[in-house]
Design a protein around this ligand. Structure first.
Ligand SMILES: Nc1ncnc2c1ncn2[C@@H]1O[C@H](COP(=O)(O)OP(=O)(O)OP(=O)(O)O)[C@@H](O)[C@H]1O
Ligand SMILES: [Mg+2]
Length: 360
């Protein structure tokens, strides 16, 4: 059964109209009952908590105050409610389990806080383009049923340092007051010029104020930053994050999973998976998904619902050539990081592959 303190918290948050706290407490109760094996009760609690969360009257005010184009904020912060879930992202087991744990920590925040612990909230996803970093941020928000606030860095950075810092402050104020997942996508934009010959001071100062705000932030939100270029983020940046997850190009099982998942609804013949995954080596997950869609489109237009090995090989071949990856390259490139090689770590591996962002 729930502790007296939990019940008081639940009733109090309801009486005070604090829907977020009510949701957190109800989810905690649900998790505790789940652990005791009371699966049905846990599910009922979860369902009611979620029903309360999705009631528009409770969710809308906090979000519209951010999302509505009030003042400058709307120019560099976009709100959405992603429907993706962590199960939609194909990831090495270690990353998958860290993300799942992050969700549990967030939901069980109160329990951690009772023992002087905090959930991890500042996360960096690093890795090559098209490996699921942005998708993971959406999935995390979807899983937690939090709004996703995407920070548009291009709208944020102005010629004037004072203005940029002011905008950053507005975002961190929102992070404090409106619970959500805040995504600083492609954070290298803040660090890019650092160490370069031009304008070193400017980018450095912007990055520094970002780090300072990150340090000071104790709010309930999750802050996610992503980068393709971990090499340009130094230790001072990295140590600000509670968790750094290295995304990598998909290995053979991940390639197969991405193809099969995208082709649900089609009949797959006896696929020669080895040939298919060999040819896909070196392509990102986004490329592989695009190749599956390409094969699917052709099948639909030809009124066929069966997809064969050759269809996949042709689609992958087209994708390779669109990306400028010759067949000659095939087999000579270093193998993709396998699930078992990938590690969640506080240290970021070397630079990304340096492929253009358009090469997704
Ligand atoms: N790991 C993955 N699992 C499932 N789908 C993926 C994955 N990675 C990429 N995709 C597919 O590719 C699309 C683009 O991926 P996403 O934008 O998350 O890549 P990214 O790592 O953020 O790339 P970039 O560094 O270029 O921003 C996704 O919307 C999804 O369709
Ligand atoms: Mg991205």
């Amino acid at each position: 059964m729930a502790s007296a303190q939990q019940l008081i918290g639940l009733v109090k948050s309801h009486a005070e109209g604090d829907a977020d706290r009510f949701y957190d407490l109800a989810m905690q109760l649900s998790a505790a009952e789940e652990q005791k094996g009371h699966t049905r009760l846990a599910k009922q609690l979860r369902d009611w908590a979620e029903a309360g969360q999705s009631a528009p009257a409770q969710k809308t005010p906090a979000v519209t105050s951010i999302a509505a184009p009030r003042g400058d904020l709307a120019g560099f912060l976009a709100a959405s409610y992603p429907s993706e879930r962590l199960g939609d992202v194909i990831l090495p087991a270690e990353i998958e389990s860290e993300l799942a744990h992050l969700v549990i920590e967030t939901r069980m925040r109160e329990k951690l806080e009772e023992k002087g612990l905090k959930p991890r909230r500042r996360v960096l996803f690093s890795g090559p383009p098209g490996t699921g970093k942005t998708l993971s941020a959406s999935a995390l928000a979807g899983e937690l049923q939090y709004p996703l606030f995407s920070v548009m860095l291009h709208g944020l950075i102005t010629k004037f340092m004072g203005e940029t810092a002011q905008k950053l402050k507005m975002i961190f104020d929102a992070i404090k007051t409106t619970r959500g997942v805040y995504l600083f996508d492609e954070i290298d934009a803040l660090a890019a010029a650092r160490g370069g010959e031009n304008d070193v001071g400017e980018a450095r100062r912007i990055l520094n104020s970002f780090l300072q705000f990150l340090d000071e932030d104790t709010g309930p939100s999750i802050v996610i930053a992503t980068t393709n270029l971990p090499g340009i983020l130094d230790r001072a940046v990295l140590r600000r994050f509670d968790l750094v997850l290295p995304y990598a190009m998909p290995d053979a099982p991940a390639i197969r999973q991405a193809l099969e998942r995208r082709l649900i609804g089609f009949t797959l013949g006896r696929i020669g998976w080895k040939r298919v995954t060999d040819l896909a080596a070196g392509l990102s997950t986004a490329d592989v998904v695009a190749a599956a869609e390409d094969a699917a489109r052709r099948a639909v237009l030809n009124d066929i619902d069966k997809i064969a090995t050759q269809d996949l090989l042709d689609a992958l071949e087209r994708r390779r050539s669109l990306q400028g990856i010759g067949t000659d390259d095939h087999g000579t490139r270093p193998p993709a990081l396998s699930s078992s090689q990938s590690r969640t770590t506080a240290a970021v591996p070397g630079k990304g592959r340096g492929r253009s962002k358009k090469a997704k």
